[in-house]
Every structure is written in structure tokens, then in C-alpha cells.
Design a protein around this ligand. Sequence first.
Ligand code: MG
Length: 430
Amino acid sequence: MSTRLRRRDFLGVLAAPALMRGMPTPKIKDVSVIATAPGGLRLVVVKILTDQDGLYGYGCGTFTQRADLVVEAVNRYLRPLLVGRPADAIGDLWEAMYNSSYWRNGPVLNNAISGVDQALWDIKGRQAGMPVYELLGGKCRQGAMIYSHASGAEIADTLDSARKIMARGIKAVRLQVAVPGYAAYGAGQRRPATGDPVFDPYAYVRRTLQLFEAGRKELGPEVHLLHDVHERVPPRLAVQFAKALEQYNLFYMEDALAPEDIDYFREIRKNCTTPLAMGELFNSPHEWNMLIRERLIDYIRVHVTQAGGLTPSWKLATMAEAFQVRTAWHGPGDVSPIGHCANVTLDLVCRNFGIQEWSPSNERIDEVFDGYPQMKDGYLLANEKPGWGVEINEKAAAKYPFGSFENGERKDLNGGWGVVRTPDGTVINQ
Ligand code: MG
């Protein structure tokens, strides 16, 4: 058989699903980007139009710290690659996008790919008249248990915040507290008048152990407690910290190590049973495969768009299931409502779901995005509409451009998080 014949057969297979339903394959007519910051954080959403009337989709490609670059990657590189191609061959298009840059696995390109990938899943769901979770086999649970963030300047403030969260029926709370005289992740950055914020890892560990001693005592044995180290301590201190936290029976300790230091998870495992979550900075299987295969973590905590969207994240969840590693997809405010829908979709269809980080919506976000997943009694629910079930008011989105402006000039072109230093002036992980 000639190469030409084989290729024609292959394309025939790609077109078969739509033809079998007696409808033409939708073709990608245009790809554009909606860049908006209604909640203050830069959100990037890809919109794909097809050649079929009223059939379109949205996907999240939010990398808030370098959002402008994702917009460029979609407009300059992915759009020309995609226009005219069949919209229903999601896996094929994912591989084409992933391989087209030759150098790959970076967060900018992965987020751009994710925007397209999720938009294609949205299109497929809208075409089928089904939520995406139905396309993945249907729900294996009705709601996804969430956790919310409690923080404060003092330990008593954090615990008050936790009590308010628990009063809403939420069963898991992440506790963070400020460290007097220093910056601390998740509890408000104390920025000095001049110079960069200073973080002392040893003062942070001592203070956080006091927080959990008081937290477990005052909040009781039943509530699930979590903590995010945010990769800020040296590896050996992280091992000691995990061991010292063991007595407080955490649901998990998050990002105890930086991605560069993951070999030290073996040391933590040897020394204690504190459950471990890792991975919000991961880009690819090169980073998570070893941790899962050797059962060095309990929860994989990838930012779905950073990994390239729903398609690779679904595969990651399936791989993790075989090793009893559960999912805890990254879900703070720098995920768009489309991305939150992708998270809850995976939560509902994957048997090895663990917990979902959750950020509530607000009036301005709801003005732009209609369909944000709702939380009830501590569980996140799908919105039950076809695709992701989210519609975007593009006029409202345009009211909230990226950045702050002074005399018509944008002031935050860096878009990053600045620098944090140890007391001797060394720059550390954010
Ligand atoms: Mg985190």
C-alpha cells in the first residue's frame, strides 16, 4: 500500500465519528483570545469558532504571570496551524501543537495548547449536547470535596478564619499564618517600604508548627487540615518539617520541595507518614512520572493548563490511579471559570480524585463568565450544561483589561511576583 493511500485512510478514520452521526465534521474557522482581568488576576481564554453556525468553544490558557506571552503564542503560532483543520480530532491536534515548536514543555506554550485543547472539548460537548464529563465516561461521584484557605496575621486570626469556613459546611481548610517581622506565603506579604520582602525559613517553620498545634487542638480532630510550604525551605529543613507535622494528622502538606529538589521526597518518605501533595509548577511527565511510579507523593497537584489542558491531565490522572496517587488539581483565582470547569470535570470522572482547591467567584467575574461551578455543603458541582457550560460576555470582558494604567500607559508589563529574599539577601523560590 502506498504512503498516499495510507494517509488517506488515516484521515478517513479521523473524520469517521462525525460522519457516522450523519453530520459533517466541524472545521476550525478562527482562533482568538479573550484577555481579561475582572477579578484583578490576568485570565487568558481561547475562543475557537467552527464553520458550523453557533458551534464554538472556550478553553482556559491562564498563566497569569506571563499572560501576554500566551496571547502571542496562540495568535502567532497556533492560529495559523489550526485554521481549516477538523475540530473533532482533539488528540491529533494536541500532538500537532505540542510537536510543532520542536522545543516544548514550557509553561507559555503548554498554556496556549491548553486554551485550544479545552476549547475543542467544549465544542465536542456542545455538538453532542452533553457536559464534557459525559464524554469522559460520566460521573463516578456527584460532587468534589473542596478545601478553602484560612490565613491571618496572628494564629488566632487564622483559626477564626478557619471556623468561618467550617461554618459553611466546608470540610477541609488550608492554614497559613504570617511570621512576625518577615514575609510569609499565603498570609499576606509584609512588604517593607524599601527593598524586597524577607523570608526566614526557620522562623516560618517554628511559627507554622505553633499554628498546627493550636489548630488541631482548637478546631478538633475531624476537620481536614492542609498547609502549603510553597517550596520555600531548604530540602533538609523540609524533611524535618514534614516529620514534625506528622503528629497533627494533615490531609496533606503541599509543595514541601521545589521541582528542582524532588529527589528529597525519598528522604521525607523514609522519615514520616505525613501525606504529600506536589506539582503545581510541573509542566510535563518528565517531572511527575518518577514521583508517581515510586509512590513518593500521595496527591498530584498539577495546574491543568500548565500541563497542556484536559487531554494530558486526564492521562496523568489515569496513570496516577494505577499507583494509588490521588488528584488535587490547582484551583486558585488564577484559573479562569473555564479552567475551574475543567478541574471539576476531572474531579467527577476520575476514581482517584482526592480534593479540589476552590476559589469563590465574585460579581465582576460573574459579569464576564456565566456558569462558574457552584459549591454546596463543601462539594463543588458541575453546572450540567453542554461542553463546559460557560458563556462569556465579551463586551464585559473588554471592560477589564490586563494591568493598571497611568496616563494611558500600562504599568505592570513584567506581570510577575517580584523577588523574595532570605535574611542574608539570597533570592529564594516564590
Ligand atoms: Mg500551592
